[in-house]
Write a protein that binds this ligand. Structure first.
Ligand code: MD6
Ligand code: FE
Length: 214
């Protein structure tokens, strides 16, 4: 076998914790299909900067697709079937994303994952996401599937309390991170995205997190 064939679509899955698996390059062969699916979603529900409950403007811009979308405003964080910007339901979850999420979850040991929400985060160079837990979903037995596109980032992966030490996990274009089970409530964040130009996506990082929220 020619060596380059081995790594063309990423290396082997990496178990980062008991219920957390990094699938390097898992979506590389489907990036164009993912971008084709995102275009109409983002025309209907464009990226926007939401307010934190404390009244600050989030640096990362976001949108959603699926039956439920994650929103933040002065009342708090929650999932809502309606996009507050358009007053209409969020765009449907594209089948290609539903399919990738199910296959990635299964590859990480979570069978029959059926997401109903996809949060789409848009980072410019310098943007970061502070340490947080994902706890607005109903059922913590369901995993989260996270797809990274564009500029690389360092993902901070901590423990079940904010003060615990964090690992830094490089996430590149096409990588998928799946976590669930006892890792589901770990604190995590994203360090400031380094300046750069991605050959396909330019000066941005896009992260898709697929969840079963309802
Ligand atoms: C991001 N991701 O990578 C932000 N949350 O841009 C998340 O906050 C996240 O990647 C839960 C599980 C996986 C994630
Ligand atoms: Fe998160």
């Amino acid at each position: 076998m020619i060596q380059s064939d081995l790594d063309l679509f990423g290396s082997q899955p990496q178990r980062l914790a008991s219920h957390t698996v990094l699938l390097p390059g898992f979506v590389l062969s489907e990036v164009e299909a993912v971008l084709d699916a995102l275009r109409p979603v983002l025309r209907a529900s464009p990226f926007r900067h939401m307010q934190t409950p404390g009244g600050l403007r989030m640096a990362v811009a976001l949108s959603n697709c699926g039956a439920l979308g994650w929103v933040s405003d002065e009342k708090g964080y929650r999932y809502d079937p309606i996009d507050p910007m358009t007053g209409k339901p969020w765009p449907g979850l594209p089948p290609v994303l539903f399919g990738i999420a199910g296959r990635a979850a299964a590859a990480a040991g979570f069978e029959r994952f059926e997401p109903d929400a996809c949060l789409i985060n848009h980072y410019l160079p310098g943007n970061r996401l502070s340490l947080h837990q994902d706890r607005d979903e109903h059922d913590f037995s369901q995993p989260i599937v996270s797809i990274s596109l564009g500029l690389p980032a360092l993902f901070l992966f901590g423990g079940s309390s904010r003060g615990e030490r964090t690992q830094r996990i490089p996430l590149s274009h096409g990588d998928v991170l799946v976590w669930g089970g006892e890792d589901r409530l770990r604190f995590h964040g994203v360090l400031p995205v380094k300046p750069g130009v991605h050959p396909r996506l330019g000066e941005r990082r896009i992260n898709l997190t697929l969840r079963k929220a309802g």
